[in-house]
Design a protein. Structure first.
Length: 488
């Protein structure tokens, strides 16, 4: 879970003051609590952008907020129940604000909003608005109507509208820092039998190439050096190119790599079936495309992959990995695994361990299967006992953990370019990203935040690397030394 917020500027007050005056809206405080994937992190930022013209500035915490949005995720077990518990806690804040004469609006966005819709305002009448992932460009209208007291409480907008929200979001987005997300594709047409995404995010939609180039250019102008292209199924991207034809992800990556000042590109999350030759060639040809790929497989058993409706078998996955590694020998892989899918037997799980051993991962995410209401697998026969799931998960995580440690250890005494992204918990330290997505902690002054520098790795820990900046750039007449180029 990620909380996204920034400091507010002016005190809040009576919500009825929230009007445009001489073109400047009265400042109000917005707090967005973001759950789940990077796509939600991107969406939360864009929600804040849509509300900026109404005077909303993000606040550091929920206590002083005039509007709290929960940007929810439906992928984990009991996701809806967790949101309802959170809403119970927020009601107390809302009552405290009312006692001070302030009106606090509460909104629910994201995939739980999409899945539960009207049920949210029925069970939690303190909620003022519910907005789905495809309609958050309508937030300013919903907020204005909620403040005006329209329909009492509980405005719900969870349509899959014919217009694209991207055509209505403000062009001028707030700066995203040295590493930013760019949503290029949304939705999924794959319908894996365990997954809610096709129902909560809808059908696959790709944004036009030149819109993405323009957004990437704006990010770079604001100081971003690394962009991660996002999509539920990002390599199913098929947006309209400047020539009026459909472009795939490989071609889009080539075009984005031409932007001067953009040093690093990544993309996530991919489906093995949609790895085409153009994308493989991008890994071979684009120096800016980082040598790290999250390529979920879920299981190593063909029987289970079939029941999951993954549309590929283990041999197909191995062949895709082989082609990618032939194109880019430095490529490191990550994946998602589900253990205990209904009907999974010992030999199926053994096939998963075999696949992990053969492929070798730099890191990975693994989950116990849990039923999502409304998905085909939720009613499947032969559920796996909870203890068996726990046992299998522990074994898989042990193996994946060993692979991750071995992967990290090979970098000790090596040098690599690291993009310094944020302050570490300990003063005087910064945290950056290696080309292979490892967190790298270095002793470095604050002024180096946002720089791409050469770092020597001193120590490998299970989940991070410790390094030292090889040459500290000098400050020349108050000017920073030039940035280094990304090479992996
Ligand atoms: N689109 C990606 C893909 O094709 O794998 C990822 C989608 S999902 C947001 C992220 C991960 O959550 C999945 O890869 C899967 O491992 C896990 N997941 C989804 N539904 C699940 C369920 N019902 N039980 C356990 N894990 C699940
Ligand atoms: Fe869910 Fe990914 Fe399968 Fe789509 S491809 S249904 S997002 S797991």
């Amino acid at each position: 879970m990620v909380e996204s917020h920034a400091e507010g500027q002016l005190p809040g007050g009576d919500p009825s003051r929230m009007t445009e005056r001489s073109g400047t809206a009265t400042a109000r405080k917005l707090f967005i609590k973001t759950y789940g994937c990077q796509m939600n992190v991107y969406d939360s930022q864009r929600m804040a952008d849509t509300l900026a013209p109404l005077g909303y500035r993000q606040s550091a915490g929920p206590e002083e907020a005039d509007l709290i949005l929960l940007n929810t995720c439906h992928i984990r077990e009991k996701a809806s129940e967790k949101v309802f518990s959170e809403l119970g806690r927020l009601r107390l804040l809302q009552e405290a604000a009312a006692a001070q004469g302030r009106r606090l609006l509460i909104g629910v966005a994201g995939c739980v909003a999409q899945a539960e819709g009207e049920e949210i305002v029925r069970r939690a009448p303190q909620v003022d608005l519910v907005v789905g992932p495809q309609t958050y460009h309508r937030l300013p209208d919903l907020v204005t109507r909620a403040l005006g007291g329209e329909a009492g409480r509980g405005l719900v907008d969870t349509e899959f509208p014919s217009e694209s929200k991207f055509d209505f979001l403000p062009e001028e987005a707030s700066p995203s820092g040295p590493a930013a997300f760019l949503s290029v594709q949304e939705g999924c047409d794959k319908f894996c039998s365990f997954c809610v995404v096709p129902y909560t995010r809808g059908a696959e939609v790709s944004r036009p190439v030149m819109d993405l180039v323009a957004e990437a250019q704006r990010l770079v102008n604001a100081g971003t050096l690394e962009i991660t292209l996002l999509g539920q199924n990002v390599n199913a991207y098929h947006g309209e190119g400047p020539d009026g034809r459909e472009w795939g992800l490989g071609r889009l990556l080539h075009r984005l790599a031409e932007i001067p000042g953009l040093e690093r590109l990544r993309y996530t999350t991919s489906h093995p079936r949609d790895v085409d030759d153009e994308l493989i060639a991008a890994h071979r040809d684009l120096e800016k495309l980082m040598p790290y790929l999250h390529l979920p497989v879920q299981s190593g058993s063909d029987r289970i992959l079939g029941m999951m409706n993954r549309k590929h078998d283990a041999a197909f996955y191995r062949a895709v990995v082989e082609k990618l590694r032939a194109a880019q020998p430095k490529l490191a892989l990550s994946s998602d695994f589900i253990v205990g899918f209904p009907g999974e037997k010992d030999q199926d799980f053994a096939a998963t361990l075999r696949l992990v051993t053969e492929v070798g991962y730099a890191q990975a995410y693994s989950f116990k299967y849990s039923a999502r209401p409304g998905t085909p697998a939720a009613t499947a026969a032969a559920p796996v006992a909870e203890e068996v799931k726990s046992e299998r998960l522990a074994m898989l995580q042990q193996l994946l953990g060993e692979q991750q440690q071995a992967f990290n250890r090979q970098f000790v005494a090596q040098r690599m370019p690291v993009l310094l992204e944020r302050q570490a918990k300990r003063p005087g330290q910064l945290v950056g990203r290696s080309p292979w997505m490892q967190s790298v902690v270095v002793e470095a002054p604050q002024r180096l935040l946002g720089r791409l520098l050469e770092v020597e790795i001193l120590e490998a820990r299970p989940n991070s690397l410790i390094g030292r900046v090889v040459t500290l750039p000098e400050e020349k007449n108050g000017m920073e030394a030039p940035r280094m180029r990304a090479t992996a």
